[in-house]
Design a protein around this ligand. Sequence first.
Ligand code: KG4
Ligand code: ZN
Length: 339
Amino acid sequence: MKDIYILAIESSCDETSMSIIKNGSVEIATVVLSQIDIHKNYGGVVPEIASRNHIENITIVLEELLQKANMKTENITAIAVTYGPGLIGSLLIGVQAAKTISLVTGKPLIPVHHIAGHIYANNLEKRLSFPLIALVVSGGHTELVYMNEDYSFKKIGGTLDDAVGECYDKVAKVIGLEYPGGPKVDKLAHLGKNTYNLPYPLNDNSYNFSFSGIKSAVINLVHNEKQKGNTINKENLCTSFQDRITTVLVKKTINALKEYNVNNLIVAGGVSANIGLRERLEEECKKNNINLSFPRLSYCTDNAAMIGAAAYYAYKKGIIADQTLTAKAVDNLYNQKFI
Ligand code: KG4
Ligand code: ZN
């Protein structure tokens, strides 16, 4: 069979990234240009600034990618792009770039849902085995997804309010840690003790999650202690917070694996880099004979390599877009309608 080379673009938030992926799993080259240093001055991503930077970066990233891969656009089979969900202004730059390259080269255009990309970041490590359950934990999503074959996604539960990464970032901000706070909370969590009395968020038998309550509990605790003139032990607060979050995520994931009789678990999204979550899942999966997969650390957060991997399987299913493709700030992974 002829090799399929996909040139993928990801620009849904504050990373301008492009990658060339062969046959859904072999990375030829990837470039990720992060804007974190710009946005951290504002305590979070400023959408308008993000899209302006994508405009400036996108052609630079393309040139660097082709040079790194030692390839020309003529050698590419298809162009893939994250069309959503994400920041609309940021998405539009990637979508316009992809449509332009597709138009100029005459190569097909593959629309990729951002979360499908995060899931397929695991395919760059090891071919996915089905059926599987994916625990999707990012700055915008927290979901349990069932897949019985490639590019077939069934949601079995999800957050009712905040995403887990968003909750990490808010907690980090209230204790004075720089954006993005998730990794910093994770680091401190390994240095402290589980001393603070925080709630276990939506610790029931459903597969849904809720993080706004624990976020408010941390904010109130910090404010109350400040008013009393007490100092917060940041390490202990991070340890206690991470314990509550990982306890509930791991419990519900293992329950879902058992109920659906699945023994393959993949973890996806920015929070899959969390060391506490990795350790707890490793322990539980070992106990329950479950095959566990994480993306490599550099591909837990946003990148185009994962989009190129997902796009290969979308392409095989005939998911193709034309020049009417538009960016979508909000979109459902579970009813892909491009066929
Ligand atoms: O997947 P991602 O790059 O963007 C979205 O699609 O949302 O995820 C970014 C999120 C941020 O909220 C960041 O704080 C969080 O992932 N994150 C972490 C860790 N590394 C990244 N959260 C907790 N622990 C980490 N080690
Ligand atoms: Zn993401």
